[in-house]
Design a protein around this ligand. Structure first.
Ligand code: DGY
Length: 320
C-alpha cells in the first residue's frame, strides 16, 4: 500500500508506517501547488493529509477514484466532504484527544493575554515605551469568579473549562448539540440556550467542530448581544466568526477584547486592521503545536492507516 503524505510529520508516524510495511512517499518540496497535490493523490491508494489547505470534496473523489482511505493529521475534518466519502466507503481518520490539552492551553493563554492586555503591553516594551508606573493605564481585568461560556463542549472545550475552573473558579455555562453530563457533574457546568450563552458570558470560547451551517455564526447580531466587558476567544475555526463584524464590535466597544488562534480568512492578511487593535491577540493556528501533541497526532494517523491496511476499522474515524 502506497501512502502519500503532503508534508513531513514527526518521525514516529513515518517509522510506524514503514515498520508495518507501508510504502511512504513525501515530496521533496512541501509547498505543493493544487495540481502537484492532485497528481500525487491520483497515484496513491491512501493519503495522510497535513493541514486544511486541500479540500477533499466531490470533485476530488471523482478525480481520484483510486484513493481508498484518508488519514487526517488533524482532529478537524471540515475540509472533507464526509457524506461523499461515506457514499464511496472511504474511511476518514482523524486525531482526537491527543491535542485537547495543547489546544485548550492556547485558548486559556489567549483568555489571559487579552484580559491582561499582553499584546498591547508587549508592543509598548518593543517600542521602547515602558512608561512610568501609572495607576490608571493599561489596566486589564481579573477572571476570578467570572462566567466562561463554552460553545461546543467536547474534549477541547472540557479541558478549557476544567483549567478555567481550577485557576479562576470560573462559573461554566455551555451550549452544545448534546448535554455534557461529565462537565455538569465534574465542573458544575450549566447547559444554556445560545442566546443565554452569548448574553451571559464574560469570556466566550468556541470549541465546536465547524460545519458550513454555522458559517459566521458569530457576527454583528451576536456581538451586539454580548457583554461590554466580554472577551471573545476562537481557537476552533476562523469560519465561525465574521472578522469585519468582530473588528467593528471591538472598535465600537460592544465587546472588550478578542483572542484568535484561527482567523477568517486564514492566514490573516498582513494589513488586516484587526491586527492594529490593542485589545486583540492573534496567533497563527498553533493550538496543537507542541512536541507531545504533534507526536501523538503522528501516532494516531499512522495507527489509522495501519489498521486500514490490515482490513480493520480505523481506531479514530470521522465517518459515522
Ligand atoms: C486540528 O487538528 O483540527 C487543528 O486545528 C490543526 O488543523
Amino acid at each position: 500500500m502506497k501512502v502519500f503524505i503532503n508534508k513531513r510529520i514527526p518521525e514516529i508516524g513515518i517509522h510506524m508506517l514503514e515498520k508495518a510495511g507501508l510504502e511512504v512517499f513525501i515530496p521533496e518540496h512541501e509547498n505543493l501547488s493544487h495540481e502537484e497535490w492532485l497528481s500525487y493523490c491520483k497515484s496513491h491508494d491512501v493519503i495522510l493529509n497535513v493541514g486544511s489547505e486541500f479540500k477533499y470534496d466531490k470533485d476530488f473523489f471523482t478525480e481520484c477514484p483510486n484513493v481508498k482511505a484518508i488519514a487526517l493529521y488533524s482532529v478537524g475534518f471540515d475540509h472533507v466532504d464526509i457524506k461523499e466519502a461515506n457514499q464511496r466507503n472511504i474511511p476518514i481518520g482523524n486525531t482526537p484527544d491527543v491535542l485537547s490539552k495543547a489546544t485548550s492551553d492556547v485558548a486559556f493563554l489567549l483568555m489571559q493575554s487579552v484580559a491582561r492586555r499582553a499584546s498591547y503591553n508587549f508592543g509598548k516594551v518593543k517600542d521602547g515605551n515602558w512608561g512610568d508606573f501609572d495607576p490608571l493605564h493599561a489596566l486589564g481585568q481579573e477572571l476570578y469568579g467570572k462566567t466562561l461560556g463554552i460553545f461546543g463542549l467536547g474534549r477541547i472545550g472540557f479541558e478549557m473549562a476544567k483549567k478555567s475552573k481550577a485557576a479562576f473558579d470560573m462559573n461554566i455555562i455551555y451550549h452544545n448539540r448534546h448535554k455534557n453530563e461529565e462537565a455538569e457533574k465534574e465542573l458544575d457546568a450549566a447547559y444554556v440556550s445560545f442566546d443565554e450563552l452569548i448574553s451571559q458570558s464574560d469570556v466566550l470560547s468556541i470549541h465546536a467542530n465547524f460545519i458550513p451551517e454555522q458559517k459566521e455564526l458569530f457576527n454583528s447580531a451576536v456581538f451586539e448581544k454580548m457583554k461590554e466587558n466580554s472577551i471573545f476567544i476562537n481557537t476552533a475555526r476562523g469560519g465561525f466568526h465574521n472578522q469585519k463584524d468582530l473588528y467593528n464590535a471591538l472598535t465600537e466597544k460592544k465587546i472588550w477584547g478578542a483572542g484568535l488562534d484561527v482567523t477568517n480568512p486564514e492566514p490573516i492578511f498582513k494589513d488586516d486592521p484587526i491586527l492594529e487593535l490593542s485589545n486583540v491577540c492573534v496567533l497563527p493556528h498553533i493550538g496543537s503545536a507542541t512536541i507531545e501533541a504533534r507526536n501523538g497526532m503522528a501516532k494516531l494517523a499512522a495507527e489509522n492507516l495501519i489498521a486500514f491496511s490490515k482490513g480493520e476499522k480505523m481506531p479514530n474515524c470521522a465517518n459515522p
